[in-house]
Design a protein around this ligand. Structure first.
Ligand code: GLU
Length: 509
């Protein structure tokens, strides 16, 4: 059957979107784009008890940051709206009535206390074909009594009447055919009169049908609901156009044991949310964006958690991911959340940025460290960045590796002083100043030749002299090629720092 690909991401606004949810959104998006289909964002807010203010905006902002485009949704509009379930009450009411009229659902009055009592009395109590006639519902009670209670405003729920003893087949594109017997299912609540809202199951099915969703791609945690959903499609007479299912593997803890949780992130120091989350009066949770990750790195990292391109490509842009994505290469087993790999992706994506772009990103970091970045030519910052970027995982790391281009050393590494600053070093550094002052072309290559010739002619120890030189200029014995540093700093500044080093560094016993 040729059917337009239409997929949906259907989060419930119950808190910050978890990184696993982001992956679900991403796979839906890749699949939609690859197939020239539509990507829907549907807000499933029928559980009023769990509604969290700000969560919907958070979802929108997260997807926008990552470049996961939405074709139809609350903000985007579309022909199948409203896209927020709390605005679709009439539709659900009408569909609940359809099931009731067809005898596929029934009204039940059992109060929470009555249900509790029943559970205490009957071991493993389940509301189903074997027990429903002993409960207070429209199947066990006379019709007039049911009407009287409803008219009197008694609270009720509508339950799905599951016929026992049937094999229900769920076809999952990833997992194949899963068969379960309907007798193990309970008569799920589909609607609650108390808040005039459907439950997740009914709303989800009705909307997938009305929005002409072709593929339901969602997390593995929803697999147990799938048989019920299959039966609901059938009850409505929609089995022929029911969407195909894909249940994505769980994201596992970094050690592979159990489901990834926020606590793992807190314990091991990585975010499990795309953006920082500020709950009202609660503790802030860190986000990938605020932790310095580039959105394209997060997308690439997430794409490979549960899918592989079938070859060994690792660095893939969104367009490449769209071209390569294939449900056949999704894995069934859980994907270990290797956050070190996430850092590696960020490093790689930073290397792909031009020095000029990285310099732009570095400006706020410099300002944050009290450096007036505007007082430096843009090319100066870009060159400094270019010399150290190979060592960074995050933009903020540029400060550690390039600070000396913007601030002279205020202290000198004790370890390096001890190792490199011998008694005769002040004198040798004084000679070095003479040599440097005599150089007209202060370019890296030229100064290197001249300084190395001088060291050789004097018979000095190359490593000792060069490291002492570096100590005065950088403050410690590491960093990029020494003469690249001095070229950028310029002769005057280089000489000034050596002089300061001579005055301030005290040889250590
Ligand atoms: N509202 C459900 C959730 O929060 C949607 C599950 C589904 O995609 O069917 O994940």
């Amino acid at each position: 059957m040729d059917r337009k690909v239409r997929v949906r991401f259907a989060p419930s606004p119950t808190g910050p979107l978890h990184i696993g949810g982001v992956r679900t959104a991403l796979y839906n998006y890749l699949f939609a784009r690859q197939n020239g289909g539509d990507m829907i964002l549907r807000i499933e807010d029928t559980d009023s008890n769990r509604f969290v203010p700000g969560a919907e905006d958070y979802i929108n902002e997260s997807l926008a940051w990552l470049g996961i485009g939405i074709d139809e949704g609350v903000r985007e509009g579309g022909n199948y709206g409203p896209y927020k379930q709390s605005e679709r009450r009439d539709i659900y009411r009408e569909h609940v009535k359809m099931l009731l009229d067809a005898g596929k659902a029934y009204v039940a009055f059992d109060t929470p206390e009555e249900l509790e009592a029943k559970r205490a009395e009957v071991p493993n109590f389940q509301y189903d074909a074997s027990t429903r006639m002993s409960m207070r519902n429209s199947l066990s009670m006379p019709a007039e009594e049911v009407k009287r209670l409803i008219d009197a405003g008694e609270k009720y729920v509508v339950r799905f009447k599951i016929e026992p003893g049937r094999d229900v087949e769920v076809n999952d594109l990833l997992r194949g055919k899963v068969t379960i017997n309907s007798s193990i299912l309970d008569d799920k609540v589909l609607y609650k009169s108390a808040d005039d809202l459907p439950t997740y199951h009914l709303a989800n099915i009705v909307d997938d049908h009305l929005m002409e969703v072709s593929h339901v791609i969602r997390g593995e945690e929803w697999l147990p609901s799938a048989p019920l959903h299959v039966l609901l499609y059938e009850a409505f007479g929609w089995a022929d156009t029911a969407p195909a299912f894909v249940h994505l593997p769980l994201l596992l803890k970094p050690d592979g044991k159990g489901k990834l949780s926020k606590r793992d992130g807190d314990r091991l120091g990585f975010p499990v949310f795309p953006l920082e989350w500020h709950p009202e009066g609660g503790e802030v949770s860190s986000g990938y964006r605020e932790s310095g990750y580039l959105p394209e790195a997060v997308v690439n990292f997430l794409a490979l958690l549960g899918w592989n391109p079938g070859d060994d490509s690792e660095i893939m842009s969104m367009d490449e991911l769209i071209a390569k994505f294939d449900l056949k290469h999704c894995s069934k087993s859980g994907a270990r959340f290797d956050y070190e790999k996430g850092r590696w992706f960020n490093h790689e994506y930073l290397q792909l940025k031009s020095d000029e772009d990285l310099a732009e990103l570095f400006v706020p970091v410099l300002d944050g460290h009290g450096i007036d970045a505007a007082s430096y030519p843009k090319e100066y910052i870009a060159k400094a960045v270019g010399l150290v970027k190979g060592r960074i995982y995050f933009v903020r790391d540029l400060w550690d590796h390039a600070r000396f281009f913007f601030a002279e050393p205020v202290e000198y590494s004790a370890k390096d002083v001890k190792k490199r600053w011998s008694e005769d070093m002040p004198r040798i550094m004084g000679e070095l100043i003479e040599v440097l002052n005599g150089i007209d072309d202060f370019s890296s290559k030229n100064s290197e030749t001249i300084v190395l010739d001088w060291i050789a002619s004097k018979g000095y120890h190359l490593g000792n002299v060069m490291n002492a030189f570096r100590l005065t200029v950088v403050g410690e014995c590491k960093g990029p090629h020494m003469f690249d540093i001095t070229e950028l700093l310029g002769k005057e500044e280089t000489v000034r720092r050596i002089r300061k080093g001579i005055d301030n560094i005290k040889p250590q016993a």
